[in-house]
Write a protein that binds this ligand. Structure first.
Ligand SMILES: NC(=O)c1ccc[n+]([C@@H]2O[C@H](COP(=O)([O-])OP(=O)(O)OC[C@H]3O[C@@H](n4cnc5c(N)ncnc54)[C@H](OP(=O)(O)O)[C@@H]3O)[C@@H](O)[C@H]2O)c1
Length: 469
């Protein structure tokens, strides 16, 4: 038996991501034989009205025959997160069988995490050290290191670390999961996956959307805390970790932590660009978005150069960039190899391996060959594998993968507390230097390519962004 408690069931995240994922799992018969989804929010709804609300607000899924049977598993529970009586009512209403797997998904703002968990524990719905009782919490894990520590200390009063699943949905993406398998199953690449062969790495996560109704959250957060602290540093850690022996989940987390502890950022003036989008023909400026302070200094764009201070990566530069209201939504990782030594190698273009995450999933490798009908001239060719182009390929949705793994009790795609702690430690150090040294914001036109200064970040090193757009 599975009980899935969804806190914040009427909210944006639940409607956009969680219900569609649960329904998809149900359609694939991956929710198990017997399950119920307890949908918790404070607004007044009769069961049928809640179903109607979902019908109207969830978009992008076909609500056909199976949808109606799926709805039979959903129970609406009106209550406030703060009111312990609501939890006691739930404990009485939903049978608490010993072997029941209970997942508590907090699709709620982080300030509620403490209250919800304390109330779940007090009403004995959630048991400490019970491996079948699992808490899923959404990023942001706090708004800075201090608040992240506070949240964690509080959660630790009620749960063991193995009961906590921190959702960073990027880890559920197909090509992000692929990084590890690709590295460790191809001796050809893993052998040269180090400072002797790799010149530098570029990681791009570009978004075309703005902040919509999340301005209240975003204006206090910005791109570094919202995206670099979680998604981009996780990608970097997966790319550069050296897990020990077993490559078990704990080995992988230890490997990531080792990287995150050794991140190095040198120069606020030279190595980081913070940007904010300004008005364009098709868009208002960030400062004119509803709910944003008219003189806001929040960055909607960040590009930075960092190093991983470990022998394997000595002197290799890692460039990370992310932003909102850019020309196109796309994400990829570009690994640029060193030119081989020797005379022929000097004339060659560097090998480049591109891992495409979105919109296409795939890989491209650039290599050099002889130009036909010449004896010595070189030309650069590309080998491309496009996963999304395979006929019948259905891109798995990150939330489906993540929820399924949590139902199975599998932590592989979730971040451990020490990973989050070192991510926060690193970004806070950078951000405090930016404040101290009064780092200026660079403005870029909404819908454009981002600030020109982000191009200069690479140009001054004799490089350029090799990402798709
Ligand atoms: N939206 C996204 O795409 C997204 C992506 C990543 C992370 N997140 C994070 O996920 C969390 C939820 O985001 P969201 O966008 O879904 O927020 P949201 O649209 O504001 O939804 C909040 C939900 O919490 C409920 N709620 C709020 N206060 C409550 C209380 N005191 N008692 C009972 N219910 C209460 C609301 O219920 P009522 O409707 O009854 O008021 C609603 O269901 C946030 O921490 C956000 O940062 C969101």
């Amino acid at each position: 038996m599975l009980q899935f408690y969804l806190f914040g069931a009427t909210g944006d995240l639940s409607l956009k991501k969680i219900f569609p994922a649960l329904f998809a799992l149900y359609e694939q018969r991956l929710m198990g034989e017997s399950f119920e989804i307890i949908c918790i929010s404070r607004r007044e709804f009769l069961q049928e009205d809640f179903h109607k609300y979902l019908e109207e607000h969830i978009i992008g899924i076909e609500k056909k025959i199976k949808w109606t049977s799926f709805l039979k598993h959903l129970h609406y529970q009106k209550m406030t997160f703060e009111n312990v009586l609501g939890y006691e009512d739930m404990a009485k209403t939903y049978d608490i069988d010993k072997g029941t797997v209970r997942l508590f998904y907090l699709a709620a703002a982080p300030e509620y995490f403490k209250t919800i968990v304390a109330n779940l524990s007090q009403s004995e719905i959630l048991e400490m050290n019970n491996k079948d009782h699992r808490l899923l919490i959404e990023k942001p894990f706090g708004k800075n290191l201090e608040s992240a520590i506070q949240i964690t200390r509080h959660l630790e009063k009620y749960l063991a670390e193995f009961q906590i699943f921190r959702v960073d949905h990027y880890l559920g993406k197909e090509m992000i999961q692929n990084i590890m398998l690709f590295r460790f199953s191809n001796g050809l690449f893993e052998a040269g996956w180090n400072k002797d062969y790799i010149d530098h790495v570029q990681i791009t996560v570009a978004e075309s959307i703005g902040v919509f109704e999340r301005t209240g959250y975003y204006d206090k957060t910005g791109a570094v805390r919202d995206m670099i602290q979680s998604h981009l540093l996780q990608i970097l850690a997966l790319l550069t970790m050296t897990p020990k022996n077993e490559r078990s989940q704990s080995d992988i987390c230890d490997g990531k932590v080792e990287v995150l502890k050794h991140l190095q950022f040198d120069d606020v003036y030279k190595d980081i660009v913070l940007g904010q989008y300004s008005k364009s023909d098709n868009s208002v400026s960030y400062r004119d978005e509803q709910g944003v302070h008219p003189q806001s200094k929040t960055e909607t764009y960040a590009a930075l150069k960092i190093k991983v201070d470990l022998p394997r990566w000595k002197d290799v530069d890692f460039y990370l960039r992310t932003g909102k209201r850019l020309q196109e939504k796309h994400s990829d990782i570009v690994i640029v190899y060193k030119k081989p030594s020797g005379k022929i190698g000097q004339d060659a273009e560097p090998n480049v391996l591109k891992i495409q995450i979105y919109p296409q999933e795939g890989m491209t490798l650039k290599f050099n060959m002889k130009e036909p009908e010449t004896t010595k001239e070189l030309t650069t060719r590309e080998m491309t594998f496009c996963q999304t182009c395979i006929e019948g390929y259905k891109r798995p949705k990150a939330y489906e993968t993540l929820i399924y793994e949590a139902i199975q009790g599998n932590h592989d795609l979730y971040a451990r507390w020490d990973e989050v702690k070192y991510e926060w430690t690193f970004v806070e150090k950078i951000l405090s230097q930016c404040v101290e040294l009064r780092k200026e914001l660079e403005f870029y036109s909404a819908g454009g390519k981002g600030p020109i200064e982000a191009d200069n970040l690479l140009l001054k090193d004799g490089r350029q962004w090799l990402s798709d757009k």
